[in-house]
Design a protein around this ligand. Structure first.
Ligand SMILES: Nc1nc2c(c(=O)[nH]1)N=C([C@H](O)[C@@H](O)CO)CN2
Length: 116
């Protein structure tokens, strides 16, 4: 499977189990691998034949600015479904990192894989 990767995408969103944590947006970091057959785009050289990664980042930032989640797991599922449904991706491998949450570690979070 061909993949498009987006590394260390910084996104502002309201995320956290306690209510106080969801009161203010915080920065989370996404690493995304999108599975898609872009062999047609390799031949045509047309953006219409692949997934426009700029559009993907824009939609993720837009939706996460509007939404609020308690769990990083729920946020991850939301992002995966957005990419699969809106961009017709075949699969999504996603890592969601929350930096600076616990003392003594750089970041924590989840990885999630979804495919159609
Ligand atoms: N498995 C998870 N554990 C925890 C989460 C989570 O989203 N998934 N979140 C929290 C809190 O939001 C914490 O990060 C800050 O108070 C705790 N555990």
């Amino acid at each position: 499977m061909d993949t498009i990767f987006l590394e260390q995408v910084k996104v502002q969103t309201k995320l956290g189990v306690p209510e106080w944590e969801r009161a203010v947006a915080q920065t989370i970091i996404l690493d995304i691998e999108i599975g898609y057959d872009f062999s047609l785009a390799c031949q045509s050289d047309e953006i219409a034949d692949t997934i426009d990664y700029g559009q993907v980042v824009g939609r993720i930032r837009e939706t996460l600015a509007e939404r609020s989640f308690k769990l990083v797991e729920a946020l991850g599922e939301h992002v995966c479904q957005l990419i699969l449904q809106e961009f017709k991706a075949k699969s999504v491998q996603l890592k969601v990192s929350k930096p600076g949450i616990l003392p003594g570690l750089k970041a924590l979070g989840i990885t999630i894989y979804r495919q159609v």
